[in-house]
Design a protein around this ligand. Structure first.
Ligand code: BGC
Ligand code: IFM
Length: 811
């Protein structure tokens, strides 16, 4: 069952009912100012950092679940309703929500009054614009009162939700004309403030929440809205809000439009104190001036659309498969931008106060983003590497505003360092910018510790080399990619063991997954060494990689599949000898992606085992059989009920690893099958079962052991986006950046026919036409570039040429 449809032409998902199984959200903003908005107008805004600079308030665990946002109320002759239906939940006569790229549109009507709301964050300004149009489609005049409503957050979202003894006395506002300034903290730092304004004179306003809602009332039917009268309240402490009241008359057929704006401003550091408590409005006024008419707002909207058109055009496929085209050209790339910006910080499942930017997460997110805005990827790499320690280990997370490593979480996840190599290699392949390796980057953000980025990679590489266990496999530390596999936490108290604050490296627990990673990214490091003239280092690295390869064959192979790990007692994890958790997905994906076992003929076996033992109709589960009881020696993974999350859920993130691994073996039919099963567009039809947004990936789909088999959770912020884009664009459609040019090497099902790809790469546009006879899965017979046959399948770059016409014959 569906709750909407894809409008590919408009690049929108159209939601046709407010009663979606869960809130279906969108992200607005692509640089510093961000908003989350649901299909019923719930959500919130922040500047750069959802924890430290939260502009509007949101309540997770709320009842109803999604009932705080930026709302507009209409009182039309006593009937009170909202364009997105919430928070009054008044049923409208018509309803439509269109989530587009960086904007959402709502169109609804009630009693012949039509409301159209367009919400977006301009591509280059720190504000959110809300264009609201009201049209009287009835035969009689309407006298309406329109109210806006936002609830301010007192900036630090953690304090805001906890430190009430202070909060209830610090809120301050200031009103000038139609602009309501939120200036809490201004007294203290005079640094930042926000405001909510509208481009018309208002009849009344409120800034004190209780005055607007009525004491003891929720926000569904505010007292001021019911009485059609705000009281011009000025908040002093308690709960500052901004609400405007606009009374208007609409003749039959008449339409009126308003531009509301929520803005964020920072004062210059040398700002002079005008008068105690009075805001310096210079920057706000400039911002308001930029967008205070419908024409200006629509111009900014056109620019936003153009911004996205240009970005997405960097990779565009035309095939006979609408799911592929839609996902590759629109939604998958869009989700890559969102995960790049948000890491795992702010969604409807991540509170914005917890994780900040993940070291491993952001490195992986970058793999799906680097082709879009390489300059931002470069900056991100430097930020991430700056949180590394001199021994190569790294803070697991850092805060986006301060860019400082998060001390509460600390370090000790032994896969982290290697992801940096993955990110840097991808960046250089995309851009050819070896110069990044010379950038001076500090350790632990400390001045005076700077070394060239290249040395950070060296530290990453040797961190693994110097942390091997008894089987010559990498020590796992607190965990590897699988945060919940806590093999060294046996010494914690029961119930505490899932807190990942255990020893940074346990006695001996080892990870076959990190071994696979080391072979894959160790080879990348070796190649980078060679290409940058570090010949000796390259040799040494090559040797370490070979040894690891051998260690995996010797100690990491279980007979039918790769082992997952050895625990702290050197007992096998993910082996046929285990009672539960016999096989895990991660090492099968990564070892085969690294090419381990291909020559030895065991790689196929590993992937066949995945197919046989982990596959379900909704995707591939992370492990089987699920753990039915808690194991102190395995940690958090066994704290989840069977079928959920890391305990045998369909963890989407590593499904593309299997698909890519299948392409390494040339099995396009199977690679595509794995791709298809969790592809949002393919499973839109079962939105009632899947429940999360049908246009993006979720972190997890409940596995076969769970009562809710097939139900997804934790949408949007998942490495699935980046890995799937890598899979789709590079492994399946086979257009991959190499150090010396674009490489063409598709691997697709036999039934898949010809297709075309436009790819922007290093300043040039590549128009690639691929002829793929049915029956073929992989293999390029010849390539013609601008009429000339080339050797091999890497397109040589010609200085000064900015357009390439490429014909590829598979077979
Ligand atoms: C997992 C969660 C877990 C957490 C522990 C996450 O990456 O997905 O299930 O609670 O790590 O830190
Ligand atoms: O690898 C992690 C990631 O860092 C956060 N989400 C869950 C994954 C698996 O545990």
């Amino acid at each position: 069952m569906k709750f909407g449809y894809f409008d590919d032409k408009a690049k929108e998902y159209v939601i046709t009912t407010p009663h979606t199984p869960l809130p279906w959200i969108n992200y607005l903003g692509s640089n510093d100012f961000f908003s989350l908005i649901s299909n019923t107008c719930g959500g919130y805004s922040f500047y750069k950092d959802a924890k430290l600079l939260r502009i509007t308030r949101y309540r997770y665990n709320n009842i109803p679940a999604d009932s705080n946002g930026k709302y507009y109320y209409i009182n039309d002759d006593g009937v009170i309703w909202n364009p997105g239906t919430m928070p009054s939940a008044t049923e409208t006569d018509t309803y439509e929500c269109r989530h587009g790229l960086g904007y959402s549109r709502f169109c609804s009507s009630k009693n012949n009054l039509k409301a159209e709301l367009l919400v977006f964050v301009p591509s280059d300004a720190s504000c959110e614009i809300n264009c609201l149009k009201l049209k009287n489609n009835s035969e009689t005049e309407k006298n309406i009162s329109l109210f806006s409503y936002v609830e301010f957050c007192l900036w630090n979202a953690v304090d805001d939700a906890s430190n009430f003894q202070r909060n209830l006395s610090i809120g301050e506002v200031e009103v000038q004309g139609s602009t309501i300034y939120h200036k809490t903290e201004y007294r203290e730092r005079r640094k930042h403030y926000s405001f909510f304004t509208v481009n018309t004179q208002v009849d009344n306003y409120d800034t004190n929440r209780d005055a607007f809602l009525g004491a003891g009332n929720g926000n569904a039917f505010p007292e001021a809205v019911c009485k059609k009268k705000c009281s011009n309240s000025i908040a002093s402490g308690w709960y500052p809000i901004a609400a405007h009241q606009i009374d208007l008359t609409l003749l039959p057929g008449e339409e009126k439009e308003f531009v509301f704006m929520l803005g964020y401003c920072e004062n210059p550091a040398d700002d002079k104190w005008e008068a105690p408590g009075i805001i310096n409005k210079t920057s706000a006024k400039a911002l308001i001036e930029r967008f205070n008419t419908m024409e200006k707002a629509m111009q900014a909207f056109a620019e936003l659309k153009n911004y996205w058109e240009t970005l997405l055009a960097r990779f565009a496929v035309v095939s006979e498969n609408e799911h592929i085209d839609r996902m590759a050209n629109i939604w998958n790339q869009y989700q890559c931008m969102v995960t790049f910006n948000m890491s795992r910080s702010a969604s409807y499942y991540e509170s914005g106060t917890g994780r900040g930017m993940g070291f491993r997460d952001s490195c992986q997110d970058l793999l799906g983003f680097v082709h879009l805005i390489p300059e931002r990827a470069r900056e991100r790499i430097i930020d991430i590497a700056s949180t590394q320690f001199p021994d190569g280990s790294a803070y697991h997370q850092y805060q986006p505003l301060t860019k400082q490593g998060n001390l509460d979480v600390g370090s000790g996840f032994n896969d982290d360092p290697l992801w940096l190599i993955a990110a840097v290699a991808a960046y250089i392949k995309e851009t050819g910018d070896y110069g990044i390796l010379d950038v001076q980057v500090p350790f632990d953000c400390k001045k005076g510790t700077e070394v060239p980025l290249f040395e950070h990679l060296e530290k990453s590489f040797y961190y693994t080399v110097t942390h091997l266990g008894p089987h010559k496999l990498p020590l796992i530390g607190r965990a590897d990619w699988n945060d919940c596999l806590n093999l060294n936490c046996f010494s914690s108290e029961p119930g505490e063991s899932f807190q990942t604050t255990g020893p940074s490296e346990g006695p001996v627990a080892e990870s076959v997954f990190i071994a696979g990673m080391f072979v894959k990214y160790g080879k990348e490091f070796e190649e980078l060494c060679e290409r940058t003239g570090h010949t000796e280092l390259a040799k040494e690295a090559g040797k370490a990689v070979d040894e690891m390869y051998q260690a995996v064959l010797d100690n990491g192979w279980d007979g039918e599949w790769f082992l997952r790990a050895y625990d702290a007692q050197s007992e096998k994890v993910g082996s046929k000898e285990c009672e539960e958790g016999k096989i895990f997905i991660e090492p099968q994906g990564f070892c085969v992606m690294a090419g381990i076992g291909k020559e030895e003929g065991i790689a196929e076996k590993a992937l066949d085992s995945v197919n046989e033992l982990l596959e379900t109709k909704y995707g591939i589960m992370i492990l089987q059989p699920a753990y039915t009881r808690y194991h102190l020696e395995l940690g958090e993974i066994t704290s989840y009920p069977p079928g959920y999350k890391e305990n045998a859920g369909i963890f989407c993130h590593n499904n593309p690893w299997i698909s890519i691994a299948e392409t390494v073996l040339g099995r396009g039919n199977r690679a595509f099958e794995v791709y298809r099963k969790i592809c949002p567009s393919y499973i839109e039809e079962i939105s009632d079962i899947h429940r999360t947004e049908p246009y993006v990936y979720s972190q997890m789909i409940a596995g076969a052991d769970a009562p809710g088999f097939g139900e997804a959770k934790n949408s949007w912020l998942t490495g699935t986006a980046a890995w799937t884009f890598v899979n789709l664009s590079q492994a399946l459609l086979g257009i991959l950046p190499g150090y010396d040019g674009l490489i063409v090497d598709p691997c697709l099902p036999e039934t898949f026919g010809d297709f075309k790809v436009n790819r922007h790469f290093r300043g040039a546009d590549y128009h690639i036409e691929i002829h793929k006879p049915k029956g073929v899965q992989k293999g390029v017979r010849w390539i013609e570039v601008d009429g000339e046959r080339i050797n091999g399948n890497q397109i040589p770059m010609v200085n000064g040429r900015n357009e390439y016409h490429v014909i590829v014959q598979m077979g």
